[in-house]
Design a protein around this ligand. Structure first.
Ligand code: ADP
Ligand code: MG
Length: 313
């Protein structure tokens, strides 16, 4: 087994009486794009701040690259790039100067630094804005600058805390593509989000957290297999006899049947050909039906089933 890039064991963090992290555990392997998914207030940023030793914690152990992480672990911090949830750039410096400043914290060689800064500018597509001050940038461009400042020194581990919140779709896509590219170039990524579609799109593994706990962890397919629902079938039916509802409920793999507003909804767990069985039943009983929809589970369903609530803004 290779040494995990990040290992968090039994982490407890309290803000006075509020328990923000409640025996939180996490292991991340080299090469992953790891998604930390949870609603606002679930403890994502607190986890990141503890991981970086920016915040003290009450209990637990944190290792990065196999070594204990402390506030003065500069050798470790040099290998980590951080893109904070709240944009952290210097207003008095231009785009170029900002990236140069943050890169310069870790890269002292001037020629190498110039190369790295240029590469970061190209990477986030800010070439036309290199002389702009942050205040003159749109929200999306400012986010891209924030990212460039965090990654210019080519860290092995990149942590991005909700980098796409309040970002226009175009910048959002650019950011997501950028993350995948950074990963392809060898960086391990930790990505926090409360957007289901994003983690589903780019993450190799996902942890679902709520109220400071890690509730489930796995690839998106593994997470989907953890839940009961495997298929949701909806069929327009003008008139469905009550007896049919019970009989459909008795079909194999069916665990929930509802009929409301002329719409029959059948939830199935496991099994294939569920839709065919339901349609066969309707045909045999000469029940006329209209449109048919079948949906496989989403991460949203996983979240709902595990936490009992919807994930939303
Ligand atoms: P997330 O990043 O998932 O939105 P946070 O880690 O920011 O969650 O917050 C976790 C919990 O800790 C929330 O209930 C939040 O209100 C609380 N919290 C965060 N920072 C502080 C703080 N500095 N003082 C007191 N409570 C805090
Ligand atoms: Mg946060």
């Amino acid at each position: 087994m290779s040494t995990p890039v990040v290992k968090i064991e039994n982490l407890v963090k309290r803000y006075k009486e509020l328990v923000a992290l409640d025996h939180f555990n996490l292991e991340i392997e080299e090469g992953e794009i790891f998604g930390l998914l949870g609603p606002n207030g679930s403890g994502k940023t607190t986890t990141i701040n503890c991981l970086l030793s920016l915040l003290s914690y009450d209990k637990g152990n944190i290792e990065v690259f196999g070594k204990k992480m402390n506030p003065d672990s500069y050798d470790l911090k040099r290998q980590i790039g951080v893109v904070m949830q709240n944009v952290a750039v210097v207003d008095e410096l231009t785009v170029y100067e900002n990236i140069d400043y943050f890169c310069g914290l870790y890269v002292k060689d001037k020629a190498l630094r110039k190369q790295y800064v240029e590469e970061a500018i190209a990477f986030v597509g800010l070439d036309d804005f290199r002389k702009f001050f942050p205040k003159k940038l749109s929200g999306g461009l400012l986010r891209r600058l924030n990212i460039a400042c965090g990654i210019a020194h080519k860290p092995k581990l990149i942590i991005m805390d909700e980098p796409t919140v309040a970002v226009d779709p175009q910048s959002r896509n650019k950011i997501l593509e950028g993350i995948v590219e950074l990963n392809r170039n060898g960086a391990t990524i930790i990505y926090t989000s409360h957007y289901m579609e994003e983690v589903e799109q780019i993450c190799s593994r996902i942890a679902i957290m709520d109220k400071g706990k890690n509730l489930a962890i796995g690839t998106k397919d593994e997470l989907k297999q953890m839940i009961k629902k495997s298929e949701s079938i909806s069929i327009d039916i003008l008139d469905l006899p009550d007896a049919a509802i019970d009989e459909i409920h008795a079909l194999k793999h069916v665990y929930e049947v509802t009929y409301e507003n002329h719409m029959l909804t059948v939830l199935c767990s496991g099994g294939s050909h569920n839709l065919i069985h339901v349609l066969d039943y309707l045909q045999q009983h000469e029940i006329t039906f209209g449109k048919v929809y079948s949906e496989l589970p989403t991460l949203n369903d996983v979240f709902l089933e595990i936490t009992g609530k919807e994930l939303r803004d």
